[in-house]
Design a protein around this ligand. Structure first.
Ligand code: SF4
Length: 358
């Protein structure tokens, strides 16, 4: 009767480890699959070269998925998904020229510029997200870098959201050392700054800042003691070597990021990448699997592009090791599946929000 025969699940906890007992209708045997809770900080990475990562991408699909599932189960409850909600606290008019981004002042995407939200508006949105089951609240602003005045407001927002008992994340552009310290002192848990793509392909996508600027900001975040959230976007026209190059950059950060968003390009009219060729959905799944294998204890986040994905592809992404999603109807300025669809999908797959079980 195939493998879709899971009828009951019992969990027990002992000394930080958790055992998942799976009983099947087929043989009524109890099979125990062990996993450990995610470690707080990533361990020092195994160094990966691009060739090795490319070889993972080129594995037969079933072999890649099997390997990714094994790594996933060694580090996480395979059926738990962390839910984050993302709010744009300042929209549009960004002075960077990222080719995929509708918020860049260089592109005519029709996104309406909005000034920074008030602290109380942000807190209200965070409370709604929390009521809907999100445990992490991410605040995004379309800036090249925040000004001192911006920072004062963001610090208040972080403190207020932290006060609700939620994990906090911010993505505000490049940071200097002082700003990183300010955010840490305010209680910011994660700072997001994506590498976007490989160093070799980067110049085809962005010209207003270079790759080293991004690495420098990540180092400042790390030195300030915050968790790093950094990933990239696939489907921008990169070749396989360049896609592997992105994963190599992330996996070889020391330590690698605690949170790794993998985005599927959302093509927005008016941006230079509006007509980019679609990536094969199975190649997107492969990217998730390779991220999981090379960054075993990171939360791999299935990020932008989910609205365009079928339930089946999302299910494969979870099988490949994705264990975090953005939850809520809007991702900065592009759409996201609504919360009900996500709940229905998780139910259908027998999955649950991480915060509900841990
Ligand atoms: S991705 Fe960020 S930095 Fe780049 S244009 Fe958009 S808002 Fe600005």
């Amino acid at each position: 009767m195939g493998i879709s025969r899971l009828i009951s699940r019992r969990t027990e906890q002992s000394s930080g480890k958790k055992k998942l007992n799976i009983q099947t209708a087929h043989d009524m045997n109890i099979k125990t699959i062990e996993f450990v809770r995610p470690v707080k900080l990533s361990t020092s990475p195994q160094r990966w070269n691009v060739k090795e990562i490319k070889a993972l991408f080129e594995l037969p699909f079933a072999d890649l998925m099997f390997q990714a599932q094994q790594v996933h189960r060694d580090h996480f409850d395979p059926n738990a998904v962390q839910l984050s909600t993302l709010l744009s606290i300042k929209t549009g008019g960004c002075s960077e020229d990222c080719g995929y981004c509708p918020q860049s002042a260089f592109h005519s995407s029709g996104v309406e510029n909005r000034k920074m939200l008030e602290v109380n508006e942000v807190v209200k949105a965070a409370m709604v997200a929390q009521q809907n089951g999100a445990d992490r609240f991410c605040m995004g602003a379309a800036w090249r870098e925040p000004s001192d005045e911006d920072m004062a407001n963001v610090v208040e927002m972080v403190k207020a959201v932290r006060g609700l008992g939620m994990e906090t994340c911010a993505t505000l552009g490049m940071l200097n050392d002082t700003q990183a310290e300010q955010l840490r002192a305010a209680g910011l848990d994660y700072y997001n700054h994506n590498l976007d793509t490989s160093p070799e392909f980067y110049g085809d996508i962005i010209s207003t800042r270079d790759y080293q600027d991004r690495l420098d900001t990540l180092e400042r975040v790390r030195n300030a003691g915050m968790n790093v959230c950094s990933g990239g976007i696939v489907g921008m026209g990169e070749n396989l070597t360049e896609r592997a190059g992105l994963i190599a950059q992330l996996a070889n950060l020391d330590p690698y990021p605690e949170s790794v968003p993998i985005n599927n390009l959302v093509k927005v009219e008016g941006t230079p990448l509006a007509n980019a060729e679609d990536i094969d959905p199975l190649d997107f799944v492969r990217t998730i699997a390779v991220a999981r294998i090379t960054m075993p204890s990171a939360r791999v986040r299935l990020s932008a592009g989910r609205q365009q994905m079928s339930d089946a592809i999302q299910a494969l992404c979870f099988l490949a090791g994705a264990n975090s999603i953005f939850y809520g109807e809007q991702l900065l300025t592009t759409g996201n599946p609504d919360a009900e669809r996500d709940r229905a999908l998780l139910d259908k797959l027998g999955m649950y929000p991480f915060a509900e079980k841990h």
